[in-house]
Design a protein around this ligand. Structure first.
Ligand code: ADP
Ligand code: ADP
Ligand code: ZN
Length: 217
């Protein structure tokens, strides 16, 4: 079953996607992670997108659709989790066409509902394990007291260049202008499901599990 996790920056998409990978053998396709990997490896595309990402603007549809297309024909596991994609109506249309061409379906779209004050608080407290990508939060999910990542034992943690108040403001603006129309788009297609993203991480995971088991395609 293929699903989309939809929500503003900091809603908890990445955190929940990783749980679904561990618990259900699904495959996480995060365009944010793919773009950060491209930046790090210094490819031409990585150089082009770096500045756009740091400003908090969206990368072009063409680039992200290309990244997703490359991955859809690979290992499908127990289904794809689209995390941070689609972010525009053009991306949503393109995803629908790609899946249809491959004879695949979109089970459901899970909107993670949060409020804007919570997002700012979460994002300025966010850090990530440099080795395995596990997400931590100074307040809700601190790095273990021994300073080692609970998943891989790594000891280096990074804060994203775009996790500052200024680019976050721009990312939120982009979300409301370009991504939030997808809520109506998928509602009309009958695939939208909502969960309360303000609950604690385990409660959100349980709510998503419930949707997947009972009400998703
Ligand atoms: P967050 O976890 O805060 O929602 P992401 O890691 O998904 O952020 O994305 C980080 C940045 O990468 C975005 O601000 C944007 O510049 C770029 N990006 C990621 N996914 C997309 C996409 N589907 N379309 C356009 N830009 C994207
Ligand atoms: P997104 O991928 O949507 O941008 P993340 O999964 O990276 O969001 O979560 C943003 C930050 O909030 C991280 O530091 C994460 O540990 C924390 N977080 C995620 N879900 C919750 C939750 N339900 N309650 C409190 N903090 C959370
Ligand atoms: Zn780790």
């Amino acid at each position: 079953m293929n699903i989309i996790l939809l929500g503003p920056p900091g809603a908890g998409k990445g955190t929940q996607a990783r749980r679904l990978v561990d618990e259900r053998g699904m495959i996480q396709l995060s365009t944010g992670d793919m773009l950060r990997a491209a930046r790090k490896s210094g490819t031409e595309m990585g150089k082009v997108v770096a500045e756009v990402m740091d400003r908090g603007d969206l990368v072009t549809d063409e680039i992200v659709i290309g990244l997703i297309e490359e991955r859809l024909t690979g290992d499908q596991g127990a289904g794809f989790i689209f995390d941070g994609f689609p972010r525009t109506l053009a991306q949503a249309d393109a995803l629908g066409e790609l899946l249809e061409r491959l004879g695949q379906k979109l089970g459901c779209v899970i909107e993670m509902q949060v409020d804007d004050d919570a997002l700012v608080a979460r994002i300025v407290a966010r850090s990530t394990c440099a080795q395995c990508g596990e997400s931590y939060n100074d307040i809700s999910k601190p790095i273990p007291a021994d300073g080692k990542c609970a998943v891989c034992g790594g000891t280096e943690f990074i804060r994203r260049a775009d996790d500052n108040e200024e680019s976050l403001k721009q990312r939120l603006m982009e979300y409301y202008k370009k991504t939030s129309p997808l809520i109506g788009y998928y509602y009309c297609k009958g695939t939208l499901r909502r969960v309360d993203g303000l609950a604690d991480i385990d409660t959100v995971a349980a709510a998503i599990g419930e949707v997947l088991d009972r009400d998703c395609g």
